[in-house]
Ligand binder design. Sequence first.
Ligand code: ZN
Length: 194
Amino acid sequence: MKNQLKAMFTKAEFYMLTQYKVGKIYDMMMGETLQVYMYWCNMVWNRLSIPRRRFISWLVVQHRSQTTEKLARIGVSSSLACVICDQGDEIHKHLFSECPYIKISLLETKSWFGITVATQSLNRLIVWIDRSKKSKFRKNVWHANIYAFVYSVWRCKNDSYWQDLITRPHFLTDNCKRVVKERIRVVLPTIMAR
Ligand SMILES: [Zn+2]
């Protein structure tokens, strides 16, 4: 529950809620969670993203992938700190939304793909894309972009943890563009041929 609240609100936003009811907060959380679950049920066949990227993204939106903070809690890591920036505990929200290093790439990636919503939350991005009035193809491209981004961050974090290698943010962005463009090039002809 605490982690889900952290994923929905920043500390400042939470303190700005002058009054709240537990039931209302629960409805908000379930509303967003249900929307994301429904989205995944519908989008499991998005062929513009390969299964490996979809799987990692699915773990990440559920906060089930391994972070340094989790590893520290079970005694595998000696530190909770983000292995990329070393400026905060490496929880999911930090790693995929708030890490200053990753933020640069997320902003660049969103801008390049024409995703105009300001949010940095992965769940909110997914819901926003799903609700947008764009074509199904455009939505699939955007979702594929989000999966590519999450997968790139996950690899960047592992490279840093295991090999002391930090990938430049611009490289993460370029990688997202490249894998999505390549996937469209491979998949689009088979879709058009139907
Ligand atoms: Zn960080």
